[in-house]
Design a binder for this molecule. Structure first.
Ligand code: ADP
Ligand code: MG
Length: 269
């Protein structure tokens, strides 16, 4: 599906050069579920944008489905994106003034309206949101908005789904629902690459890639035992952080709680 050789991306910031990607070699086969982790600024989003044909590398080559896409003109990239790649963002990126259905229809620019509508309804049904088709983003929860965004990403039946921190703006339970949607899509054969800095999310993939300073520094398969351990460690970390925060607020009710909630706190909603 993806073969990257020595991908580099440089950004000019005034007089200095930022090496956002410093030589990434990567091979992802069709049907894989891969997660990418790494500190903020390590190059995760840059890599996702290049894999997703939203941006071009400064140097290096990228093959997508056997076709060399690095060096292609924007028009050709747009066509590949539209036909083969779905993108899900942390902030949903929906159009606020229009309905869920019309948001999902957006990528179907080349499909006649009646067919497009049917296809968009099918996509909404796949994420369990057909009953929200007429609602605008402001009338839906964050989790529902993200599922609309996933419906939009899969409406063209892409072979590759890229998700950049898709649960970053959601509370734990809603995040889990989003992850379940990804698991279903993966079971149906979709290739998924997901960026997350939350280990319990990232460990749900079959393979974890770690980035630092624009490079891949680790690339490991995740088996069930490994996954359980990573998730348990992450939850213990959340619990400790939660109790520490509560103690520092001098909130005796929460600070004294034994075995407090094993989850991170809701960040929004
Ligand atoms: P991550 O997603 O891991 O947080 P990014 O890929 O967004 O990392 O960024 C990698 C590095 O490239 C950072 O140092 C960031 O500041 C820089 N960078 C990203 N996008 C741009 C841009 N458009 N212009 C200049 N620098 C950028
Ligand atoms: Mg990022």
């Amino acid at each position: 599906m993806i073969r990257a050789v020595q991908l580099c991306k440089k950004y000019l910031m005034g007089d200095s050069v930022v090496n956002a990607l410093a030589g990434v070699d990567l091979h992802i086969a069709a049907g894989e579920f891969v997660s990418i982790i790494g500190a903020s600024g390590s190059g995760k989003s840059t890599l996702m944008h290049i894999i997703g044909c939203l941006d071009r590398p400064t140097s290096g080559t990228l093959e997508f489905r056997g076709q060399t896409v690095s060096g292609m003109k924007e028009k050709q990239l747009a066509e590949i994106r539209n036909r083969h790649i779905g993108f899900v963002f942390q902030t949903f990126n929906l159009i606020n003034r229009t309905s869920a259905l019309d948001n999902v229809i957006v990528p179907l620019v080349y499909t006649r309206r009646p067919f497009a509508k049917k296809q968009a309804r099918d996509a909404l049904e796949r994420v369990g949101l057909l009953h929200r088709a007429k609602h605008k983003p402001s009338e839906m929860s964050g989790g529902e908005c993200q599922r609309v965004a996933i419906a939009r990403a899969i409406v063209n039946s892409p072979s590759l789904l890229l998700a950049d921190e898709p649960t970053g703006n959601l509370d734990t339970r809603t995040g889990e629902q989003i992850m379940n949607t990804f698991h279903e899509l993966h079971a149906e054969g979709m290739t998924i690459v997901l960026v997350s800095h939350e280990m319990d999310i990232a460990a749900q993939a079959d393979r974890m890639i770690q980035m630092r300073d624009g490079l891949i520094i680790e690339d490991t398969a995740v088996d069930d035992d490994h996954r359980q351990k990573i998730i348990a460690d992450a939850h213990e970390g959340y619990r400790k952080a939660f109790l520490q925060k509560a103690a520092s607020r001098k909130n005796p009710r929460i600070a004294g709680a034994v075995g407090g909630p094993e989850r991170r706190e809701a960040k929004s909603e």
